[in-house]
Design a protein. Structure first.
Length: 258
């Protein structure tokens, strides 16, 4: 048990290696081998209540809370379950991501995939960096319900540059907290080598954007090819018809033939 605990705590925050100040990099290692890698930019949009100017009515403000680069982290890896936990600003904010790998039957036979199965975000409205004059300040937890996100074939990493929004339900009067994720590269299972991602599985949004970028190029190449073929056929036809004897259309010219 002690050895297992030590393995779970072998973690590294490599966010300083990213040229993007909004992007974080986290690594969990067991037995000196990487078992979970996560790169992403994250921000939370949290609604909270403040008093109106009449000190009678309540109005809703919004806190935009980025994931801090100096976040402390914990992690653990398993055959079918993995977890990454981050906390920052003296434990005022904590983000826990849980991953699940499972098998399922398809028309092609048994297949396995992994997914982000649960998100839990704990925040303290008495923290003054992002919350100003919150009514009844205190700790709240926002979490997901029956989450199935970032679904990826087993043995591959998930990649998505586009921004994704995941809604969480808060214990603060069931308010909706939004988690904004972007520039995501993540793999919680089956990493082939230390600090090396497996082949990426792109999210549908990135696949669509890539298709939209390449489609005009493909259509342009096809159109250019059609033009070249058409000109080639015209040139060949012109040479063939030019070499043929031209029969006069005016019958009076027949007497000069032969």
């Amino acid at each position: 048990a002690a050895a297992r605990l030590a393995a779970e705590q072998e973690v590294e925050n490599l966010s300083g290696l990213s040229p993007n100040p909004e992007k974080d990099i986290f690594v969990v290692r067991e037995n000196r081998t990487t078992c979970l890698m996560a790169e992403f930019a994250a921000k939370f949009i949290v609604p909270y209540d403040v008093w109106a100017s009449n000190y009678v009515d309540l109005i809703t403000e919004q806190a935009d809370i980025p994931l801090s680069r100096g976040a402390e982290m914990k992690g653990k890896c398993g055959t079918n379950e993995s977890e990454l936990e981050l906390s920052w600003l003296d434990q005022a904010y904590t983000l826990k991501l849980s991953f699940l790998k499972e098998g399922h039957n398809t028309s092609r036979g048994p297949e396995a995939s992994w997914r982000l199965s649960r998100i839990q975000f704990t925040y303290d409205t008495s923290e003054r960096t992002y919350f100003k004059d919150a009514v009844s300040p205190g700790k709240h937890t926002a979490s997901s319900h029956r989450l199935s996100a970032l679904v990826t074939p087993a043995g591959r990493s998930y990649e998505c540059q586009a921004q994704q929004t995941i809604s969480l339900v808060s214990s603060d009067h069931q308010k909706s907290v939004q988690l904004l994720l972007s520039e995501v590269r993540l793999q919680p299972f089956d990493i082939p080598a230390d600090f090396v991602f497996s082949e990426e599985h792109k999210c549908p949004v990135d696949q669509r954007e890539q298709l939209e970028e390449t489609l005009p190029l493909i259509l342009g190449l096809i159109l250019g090819l059609v033009i070249v073929i058409t000109l080639g056929i015209y040139h060949i036809h012109h040479k063939m018809t030019a070499s043929q004897v031209q029969i006069p259309r005016d019958r009076s010219q027949y007497k000069h033939m032969g």
